[in-house]
Design a protein around this ligand. Structure first.
Ligand SMILES: Nc1nc2c(c(=O)[nH]1)N[C@H]1C(S)=C(S)[C@@H](COP(=O)(O)O)O[C@H]1N2
Ligand SMILES: [Mo]
Length: 334
């Protein structure tokens, strides 16, 4: 079949060998790791490959008051693009529990109390458990991953998250054979969240994934960003990050992770079912009913003359996720 190499890389699933699709990324990532190691030896901190740039000060204390989270960079998951400035990552946000404006979360989320915090992992699992956030922080080795982040509104960023695969938690609670989906339920406390007074969305904010999506190695249970614990506006103390899906799937400030047998209701789908589907995979060929999804504005580089970027199928992560959707009509399951 005559398809351009570029498209094959993005659209192909398991049929293309990893060796064929990764050289450039591997090269770029190795360079980043070497840079990190270089910074490390300059700082006489050791020069251990794979240790975090954060740990070595590449992200020098973006917020001097925040707790640091040491994490090894997982070079396999570092996109070779310029990282979005900390200032943009933490002041241009969507977190409707604190208001609908982009600066509302950073201005209003000071009332959120992310510690102490507990997450109930429940439903169709052999080992249901209420986890304390301090236990979750130590459950598996923390990794730093630099992911693309694409909002359904048409903007994007490149963000250095800290966390570990959700699969690490899932294997400990042991889903039963009835577990077909995972639902994320987030905090809805009007005393901490002024936006809850406004019934724009069905609170608590709810999102969900199919089981294979939940255990996909890209799915990151996330506790930090820029080498530090999450700022409240980014979903402290714990959220998920799903880089091949539109941002709204990445639920913030999670209090329940529930394993269920049926596709769970989700807040944005309930709000406008024709605009926000359950899957919400980034897809430049399926427009939002009110705007095109073919291009995006990269926050931090959006000057007046800056051309928009082309949005990539599955946000560029097709080699890791496309096989999960083989045989599905992605116009129907948008
Ligand atoms: N609880 C909750 N989670 C949420 C949202 C929200 O309003 N409430 N907004 C979503 C949307 S639309 C996006 S684009 C991302 C934004 O994440 P960021 O602000 O850390 O970039 O969070 C998602 N998670
Ligand atoms: Mo979004």
């Amino acid at each position: 079949m005559l398809i351009k190499r570029e498209q094959r890389i993005i659209l192909a699933g398991d049929d293309i060998a990893a060796s064929e699709i990764t050289p450039r990324a591997v090269f770029e990532n190795r360079r980043r790791v070497l840079q990190a190691a270089g910074a490390a030896s300059l700082a006489a901190a050791g020069g251990v490959l794979g240790m975090s740039r954060a740990a070595f000060g590449a992200y020098a204390s973006p917020n001097p008051k925040a707790q640091k989270l040491a994490a090894a960079t997982n070079a396999k998951f570092v996109v070779p693009e310029k990282v979005t400035p900390y200032q943009d990552v933490t002041t241009y946000n969507n977190f409707y529990e604190f208001g609908t404006g982009k600066s509302d979360p950073s201005e209003n989320a000071g009332t959120l109390r992310p510690h102490p915090w507990r997450v109930s992992v429940e439903g169709e699992v052999k080992n249901p458990k209420v986890y304390d956030i301090d236990e979750l922080l130590k459950l598996a080795p923390l990794e730093e991953r630099v992911y693309r982040h694409r909002c359904v509104e048409g903007w994007s960023m490149v963000i250095p998250w800290v966390g570990y695969p959700l699969a690490e938690l899932i294997k400990r609670v042991q889903p039963t054979s009835n577990a077909k989906f995972v639902q994320f339920i987030t905090l809805a406390d009007p005393s901490q969240m002024p936006g809850i007074a406004d019934p724009i969305l069905n609170w608590p904010y709810s999102e969900g994934l199919r089981m294979d999506e939940a255990v996909n190695p890209l799915t990151l249970l996330t506790m930090g960003v820029y080498g530090q614990v999450l700022p409240n506006q980014n979903g402290a103390p714990i959220r998920v990050v799903l880089p091949w899906k539109y941002g709204f799937k990445s639920a913030k400030s999670i209090v329940k992770i529930r394993f269920v047998d049926k596709q769970p209701p989700t807040s944005w789908n309930a709000y406008a079912p024709n605009e926000y589907g359950f899957y919400s995979n980034v897809n430049p060929t399926v427009d939002h009913p009110r705007w095109s999804q073919a291009t995006e504005r990269r926050i931090g580089e959006d000057g007046f003359f800056q051309p928009k970027r082309k949005t990539l199928m599955f946000n560029g992560y097709g080699n890791l996720v496309a096989s999960m959707y083989q045989g599905m009509d992605l116009r129907k399951y948008f």
